[in-house]
Design a protein around this ligand. Structure first.
Ligand code: NAD
Length: 488
């Protein structure tokens, strides 16, 4: 069987099949079947995309006012709804993620556009009364042409989280998707053009990161870089952007704690904690990959979590009942398994999972590691797979100490029956977001982003629009007295 789909570049309102970075054949990670061919951008394609984005900003898109931008964002949300089945199938096949999950993500993509369609109304400067003859006010202006770089784990949702606030702010965009997952961001750009976004406002390319991605970040035509990916690449992006003082926001990795006190409602906490790590096979930046459990209930929690993990329905992502699909690739599975093997060699025990299954596809079972403390590699490094390390703690102070003993600070979940403690702990954990007695993480309107090496800048909230705006102060002399400060 040969690959049937072709994923080109989307530049200046057109899908282009030819590209300077060559082509690569893709397989469906859950089956190994051919998925399609991706056309990778090279530097000349980046030049063309940046030129188109600049022309849009200087032309039709730059002249599109807030009300019309809002209408277009709503229209794009409608288009996502109308094309939902196609987007779900593309994403599930491309990523190996269960359609039951991808449906939620496609719905979330539409909601994100609607949120920013409304949030456009929050854009505004200030005026200050300085004195009788001086009028001062500030204006908000789009920061310019933005490079947006997204990873493979949520190809559509990550693209939408970035595109929606940038377009709301009036920026034009060159979005680079990961070479492994070109499908849905490309389709989104096509839909945007169909609903009326001017040519050049949204350009989408797939490209190799270290070569063409670096070229995009350093490009003199780019004013701001918004990046989601690993902390390692985030360091590179900051260095490249520093050369010309580009604005930067970074959404990076995590090693998020899930803190379970003995007074928690285990009937919710156990299944929710399983979801919080095993959703999307653990390939989420906010995966709660460290389960910190109060010592008195440690054995009970490990036993119940093991039972819960065994019930998760893993398999063909296209089957409606499947809850968890495969990893993104066989290479990623090797990487994940390497972490697990080293954890076992270091004295840990895989009480669940921990072995590569027979058969095709990049599947890896839900894996629970015990017997290691927070200093272990598996508790400090982002595994990006369905692997949770369960670590006991003595008391509240010990729980907070362990939770914060990481270079990351993206998300934390706290489970307790004591509301005062919930708020105390939420206040003392150093992370950009904290969930109390619920595992869910991403809602339009709630700022999403990291402390420490999980990055800076916030997505999904009105804060994100600000990151795509410049503030200009205007000072106006409204008086009619002559001005001659040197008495010349
Ligand atoms: P990655 O950093 O390897 O790649 C991310 C993107 O950056 C890809 O598009 C890649 O092609 C590109 N890239 C790589 N090197 C580049 C360079 N030098 N210049 C420009 N672009 C470059 O990350 P990954 O392994 O693909 O993705 C997983 C990571 O993303 C995890 O660390 C995860 O935690 C993180 N992530 C974070 C969030 C968040 O919101 N904080 C969300 C999703 C994923």
């Amino acid at each position: 069987m040969t690959a049937t789909r072709s994923f080109g570049l989307f530049i200046n309102g057109e899908t282009l099949d030819g590209s300077a970075g060559g082509t690569r054949d893709l397989v469906e990670p859950a089956s190994g079947a051919p998925f399609g061919t991706v056309h990778l951008a090279g530097n000349s394609d980046v030049d063309a995309a940046v030129t188109a984005a600049r022309a849009a900003l200087d032309g039709a898109w730059g002249k599109t006012g807030g009300t019309e931008r809002s209408r277009l964002l709503h229209a794009l949300a409608d288009a996502i709804g109308k094309n939902r089945n196609e987007l779900v199938e593309l994403e599930a096949r491309n990523v190996g993620k269960a359609v039951s999950s991808v449906k939620l993500e496609v719905g979330g993509a539409a909601e994100c556009f609607r949120f920013y369609a409304s949030a456009i109304g929050t854009i505004g400067g200030r005026s200050n009364a300085m004195g009788a003859s001086l009028l001062t006010y500030s204006l908000k202006e789009p920061v310019g042409v933005v490079a947006q770089i997204v990873p493979w784990n949520y190809p559509l949702l990550m693209a939408v989280w970035k595109l929606a606030p940038a377009l709301a702010a009036g920026c034009s965009v060159v979005l680079k998707s990961d070479p492994q997952t070109p499908a849905t961001a490309l389709r989104l750009a096509q839909l945007a053009t169909e609903v009326g976004f001017p040519a050049g406002a949204i350009n989408v390319i797939s490209a190799d990161g270290p070569t063409t991605g670096s070229y995009l970040v350093g490009h003199p035509g780019i004013d701001k870089v918004a990046f989601t990916g690993s902390t390692r690449t985030g360091v590179e992006i900051m260095k490249l952007a520093a050369e010309s003082i580009k604005r930067v926001t970074l959404e990076l990795g995590g090693k998020s704690p899930n803190v379970l006190f003995a007074d928690a409602d285990l009937a919710s906490a156990i299944p929710a904690s399983a979801w919080a790590i095993f959703y999307a096979s653990g390939q989420s930046c906010e995966a709660r990959s460290r389960l910190l459990v109060e010592k008195s209930i440690y054995d009970e929690v490990v036993a119940k979590l093991t039972e819960a993990a065994a019930k998760i329905v893993q398999g063909d992502p296209l089957v409606a009942e499947t809850q968890v699909g495969s990893l993104i690739s066989l290479a990623q599975r090797e990487r994940v398994h390497g972490f697990v093997q080293r954890a076992i060699a270091a004295g840990g025990t895989a009480v669940s999972g921990g072995a590569i299954p027979d058969g095709p596809g990049a599947f890896y079972p839900p894996t629970i590691i015990t017997g290691l403390d927070n200093a272990a590699e598996i508790a400090q490094e982002e595994v990006f797979g369905p692997v949770v390390t369960v670590i006991p703690f003595e008391d509240e102070a010990d729980a907070i100490r362990i939770a914060n003993d990481t270079r990351y600070g993206l998300f934390a979940t706290v489970w307790t029956g004591d509301p005062a403690r919930a708020l105390r702990v939420a206040g003392r954990i150093k992370s950009g977001m904290v969930g109390v007695n619920m595992p869910y993480t991403a809602f339009p309107g709630i700022p999403f982003g990291g402390y420490k090496q999980s990055g800076f800048g916030r997505e999904l909230s009105v804060d994100a629009i600000d990151a795509y705006l410049e503030t200009k102060g205007i000072l106006v002399n409204t008086g009619n007295r002559p001005i001659n400060p040197f008495g010349l």
